[in-house]
Design a protein around this ligand. Structure first.
Ligand code: PGA
Length: 227
């Protein structure tokens, strides 16, 4: 079981140190935290497994605002999230750029959590499987790649996918790429156990509920009783 916290654009270095001072997850669960870039160094000090929220495909170059894999490695960062739906929706990320980012990070020795998931209107039109096939089939088959299934309509909305719906999507993703699949989208301490009980749900990618050390530890405990 892997439980990953995506802090998005929350917590500078001071708030990051405060979080780690009171965060105590069970040892039996793999835990990843992805803070904003400026808080990576403070997070690495905690000794935990720290991922960036994105990574560029080049090692260096004229790419204003981007960060490369060697830079992350130098800081002691263990991996990166790529293809989060907020990157796809607001920052022009495409299936191709997501794949390039994932390939470069893996080649540099980083772990990767690659996010996929359909929009609400795509689900309503019955296009979920086509969207997932398109997004997943470009990803590299690598032992350090993990997929996160995050239906976009469930992110930050309080609308969680039912465990059955998550299971169905996860099994479909694995039929294309046989890698562990995390569920993401309004995972909270009170719904984590039922989602994580599904056979093809291999962990969770948690946004809002990862910002509080107690609620994130509670989600990690729900994972620990499953594993
Ligand atoms: P949420 O975010 O848990 O706040 O819905 C999940 C994510 O975007 O990874």
């Amino acid at each position: 079981m892997l439980i990953a916290g995506n802090w998005k654009m929350f917590k500078g270095p001071t708030a990051t140190r405060e979080f780690f001072a009171s965060f105590s997850p069970p040892a039996s669960v793999d835990v990843v935290i992805a803070p904003p870039y400026v808080s990576l160094a403070a997070a690495v000090e905690s000794g935990g497994t720290i991922y960036a929220q994105n990574v560029h495909w080049a090692d260096e170059g004229a790419f204003t605002g981007e960060i490369s894999s060697p830079m992350l490695r130098e800081l002691g960062v263990a991996g990166a999230i790529v293809g989060h739906s907020e990157r796809r929706q607001y920052f022009g990320e495409t299936d191709e750029t997501v794949a390039e980012r994932a390939e470069a990070a893996l080649a540099a020795g980083l772990g990767v959590i690659a996010c996929v998931g359909e929009l609400e209107e795509e689900r309503e039109r019955g296009e979920t499987e086509n969207v997932l096939r398109r997004q997943v089939s470009v990803l590299p088959d690598d032992e350090r790649l993990v997929v996160a299934y995050e239906p976009v309509w469930a992110i930050g909305t309080g609308k969680t996918a039912t465990p059955e719906l998550a299971q169905e999507a996860h099994a479909f993703v694995k039929s294309i790429l046989d890698r562990p699949v995390l569920y993401g989208g309004s995972v909270k301490p009170d719904n984590a156990a039922e989602l994580l009980a599904e056979p093809d749900v291999d962990g969770a990618l948690v946004g809002g509920a990862s910002l509080d050390p107690d609620s994130f530890a509670a989600i990690c405990r729900a994972a620990s009783s499953r594993s």
